[in-house]
Design a protein around this ligand. Structure first.
Ligand code: PBG
Length: 328
């Protein structure tokens, strides 16, 4: 047969495949989400996230040293706040000696060059499990934004390099930027969760932090008045473009795999790095299928990480970061 164009020449063996591979994954691609709890010597597995843990500060220090030794350069901190410190105003979020503020210092002491990002939203601090302050059954935008700006300042004062507002309130990026600048933290970065969808894939995360919206009369049962409708595409571009205009240094699309069309479009629409959060539910689905022997854990993990990068992600926040980096 006379077939002049044989595409399979470029796939004959791993050598040629490696030479022409369009997408690469390195340790520099990852942000590692970390869950922090009070206590000492605590390393507790999250039931809906097999092989993933909450750490007390002493163990956190060891963990970030290991991450750094693997070449990972960025972590994203979350805290599990004791019930007695929760309220409707996010008071504890501003405590200079709160768990988040101590966690930031712990990471900076253990690994001074590690880029420390912090989640900025009220849900772990909220008695209602919402990302903002509730008034008359509604998540109040502007009052919440003021607290988020103060919370961001508190984090950078404690040593955070970047803040990552995950709340989806309107106008928060501009308010945070102005507030940080006012206090002279002009080089603290903002990674905006810009296109954050109201997704059913956050369930295991809410188990990890005990931060799910409560089932109470007059309290919204879900986050659909602030997180995005998953039927929407153009709205994601609007959110990302507005966040950049307000001062975001980086934008995020979240979740990952189910939203790769959005990742590509956002990547093409803005001139800042785009990060993707491969969220807890995505992690849990892979773990559960692998535990049953239904999927090959490492193969499916790598396939999904490569897919996220191929779609346009510059950075990936992933619970698989350590596993992936060890395989590279
Ligand atoms: C808090 C926050 C959430 C996630 C990151 N920051 C949960 C939510 O919005 O309910 C989800 C991350 C994950 O599922 O892995 N605002």
């Amino acid at each position: 047969m006379n077939i002049l164009r044989r595409n399979r020449r470029l796939r004959v063996n791993e050598t040629i495949r490696a030479l022409v591979r369009e997408t690469t994954v390195t340790p520099n691609d990852f942000i590692v989400p970390l869950f922090v709890v009070e206590g000492k010597g605590v390393k507790e597995e999250i039931p809906s996230m097999p092989d993933y843990y909450r750490y007390s500060l002493d163990i956190l220090a060891k963990e970030v040293k290991e991450l750094w030794s693997l070449g990972i350069k960025s972590v994203l901190l979350f805290v599990k706040v004791p019930d007695n410190l929760k309220d409707n105003q996010g008071t504890e979020a501003l405590n200079p000696d709160g768990l988040m503020q101590r966690a930031i210092k712990t990471v900076k002491d253990a690994t001074p060059q590690m880029l420390v990002m912090t989640d900025v939203a009220l849900d772990p601090y909220s008695i209602y499990g919402h990302d903002g302050i509730i008034k008359n059954g509604v998540v109040e935008n502007d009052a919440t934004v003021s607290v988020l700006a103060q919370m961001s300042l508190s984090h950078v004062k404690a040593g955070a390099d970047w803040v990552a507002p995950s709340d989806m309130m309107d106008g928060r990026i501009e308010e945070i930027r102005l507030f940080l600048d006012k206090y002279n933290f002009k080089h603290a970065g903002i990674m905006a969760y810009s296109a954050k969808y109201a997704s059913a894939l956050y369930g295991p995360f809410r188990d990890a932090l005990d931060s799910a919206p409560v089932d109470m009369e007059d309290i919204p049962k879900d986050k659909k008045t602030y997180q995005m409708d998953y039927a929407n595409r153009i709205e994601a571009l609007k959110e990302a473009v507005m966040d950049v205009a307000e001062g975001a240094d980086m934008v995020m699309v979240k979740p990952g795999i189910v939203y790769l069309d959005i990742v590509r479009e956002v990547k093409n629409a803005v001139q800042v790095p785009v990060s993707v959060y491969q969220v807890s539910g995505e992690y849990a689905m892979i773990k559960a299928a692998a535990q049953r022997g239904w999927l090959d854990h490492d193969a499916i993990m790598l396939e999904q990480i490569y897919a996220i990068k191929r779609a346009g992600a510059d950075l990936i926040a992933s619970y698989f970061a350590k596993d992936v980096v060890k395989l590279l």
